[in-house]
Ligand binder design. Structure first.
Ligand SMILES: [Zn+2]
Length: 438
């Protein structure tokens, strides 16, 4: 059965609340470049980031949500399951693993346009926060929304991500900042995950900032995060990770350690926002074996060697630097050349990175952080999967892994970070199910 991508577009279900089941076997053939990224078991470092394991005239066969075969087209076409598969010609396409966006904040309701204008007029991130803008200004929207309203905002963001080639997304709470509103946010993330064919990894970010009602008693808020919020999230199976914003104006290193220690006790994975605005002692966080440390703009030289030896991924978020109009970007070259495992993610959020586009992030990584196009792709797929500890299922095209695939309207992988401000993702496939196309 042969169908074109264009005719397939029109058949896609538009009902957002539909429960989708994996479609019949799919056979992608004649890919101009099939980027398999196969061959690793740990996060990619140094020169490994440039190895995309490309097959020209490549094919991928999927069935029951999994990848069955990945090889040259003439080999895969002979597979028994290929006979009944939907066959898609990809001769004008680059085919790669779906992006793993390992750092996003989708549980919010409204854009922050006043902050946006203030910043254009010269206010800094911290000026805006001090004037009651920033993260705290998203609180009211989330606290006053129903779970269903929040869910529909999150689903909208996830669908937009899929349009840009993302098939796995981490999703943080963090704009409720009360036990009730954080749990509601995580429930909305869970419900949104049910409505999206891709994979969602929920993270509790109750320790985003201290909410205004605890300004004079910040310790009490940390106690609530540790003794009320986290146990409830763990008991309800609502989060896989706990995150903390360890930064001047947010949480101190000592508070961050207490929060992560409690998370480990609840058998939750840990990650942290750190070194976005100021340097920090990363050794104090590495002792908790975080899956990732994110931002890292101000990482200290003395911490880089320790990071290179750790399992922890450094997740870089250049869309935030772009949107804040900063001249400096995270030191990707220094990290990569020192052997640190680096991932790229959007940081999708209403204050500093209102974008769901991983291709935009690739562009920013290449132009502003001097990552090569190949390094950027590895960082946005395989190493993103490592940042979520999902590399056994995600991040490369290999038999047995989830059928998470992005199809780009390009014939050379370097085009993915070359074109910007336009979307050249033609279609994504998540667990063998057609996602949104452009
Ligand atoms: Zn963030």
């Amino acid at each position: 059965m042969k169908i074109s991508l264009d005719s397939r577009d029109r058949e896609l279900p538009s009902n957002r609340s539909a429960v989708r089941v994996p479609s019949s076997p799919i056979l992608l053939v004649h890919a101009a470049q099939l980027l398999t990224l196969r061959g690793d078991s740990g996060a990619r470092r140094g020169a490994q980031l440039r190895e995309l394991a490309i097959i020209e005239d490549g094919a991928v066969l999927t069935a029951d949500g999994k990848i069955v075969a990945v090889e040259a087209t003439d080999q895969v076409s002979r597979h028994e399951l290929a006979r009944n598969a939907e066959e898609i010609d990809c001769s004008h396409n680059v085919v790669l693993p779906g992006f793993v966006d390992s750092h996003t904040h989708p549980a919010f309701t409204t854009p922050r346009l006043i902050d946006f204008e203030k910043r254009i007029d010269g206010a800094s991130y911290e000026d805006i926060a001090a004037a009651g803008g920033g993260i705290r200004s998203s609180l009211r929207g989330v606290r006053e929304s129903s779970r269903d309203e929040l869910t529909s905002h999150i689903v909208g963001a996830l669908e937009e991500m899929a349009v840009h080639g993302t098939t796995t997304a981490e999703a943080k709470s963090g704009y409720g900042l009360s036990v009730e509103a954080e749990l509601k946010s995580l429930e909305a993330v869970r419900e949104a995950a049910r409505q999206w064919p891709g994979t969602v990894v929920p993270t509790l970010l109750g320790a985003h900032v201290v909410p205004p009602e605890f300004h004079d008693n910040r310790e009490e808020y940390v106690r609530i995060v540790c003794e009320e919020m986290m146990p409830a999230a763990a008991k309800g199976n609502l989060a896989e990770f706990v995150d903390v914003f360890c930064e001047r104006g947010a949480f101190t290193m000592e508070q961050a350690q207490r929060i992560l220690r409690t998370a480990v006790r609840h058998q939750l994975g840990v990650r942290a926002h750190v070194c976005q605005l100021t340097p920090a002692d990363l050794g104090s966080l590495l002792e908790f074996h975080p899956a990732s440390l994110d931002h890292m703009d101000f990482v200290r030289d003395e911490d880089i060697a320790a990071l290179a030896k750790a399992d922890t991924v450094a997740t870089l978020l250049p869309a935030a630097n772009y949107f804040l109009g900063l001249q400096s970007f995270p030191p990707a070259r220094k990290l990569i050349d020192s052997g640190v495992a680096v991932a790229l993610a959007t940081d999708y959020n209403p204050g500093t990175a209102p974008t769901t586009s991983m291709p935009f992030v690739l562009s920013a990584a290449c132009t502003h952080m001097k990552m090569s196009p190949a390094e950027a792709i590895s960082a946005a797929t395989y190493n993103g999967a490592c940042a979520l500890r999902l590399q056994s299922r995600k991040g490369s095209l290999e038999a047995g892994k989830d059928a998470d695939i992005a199809i780009f309207d390009a014939t050379d992988y370097r085009e993915l970070s070359y074109w910007f401000g336009v979307n050249r993702c033609r279609q994504s496939i998540a667990k063998g199910t057609w996602g949104s196309g452009r």
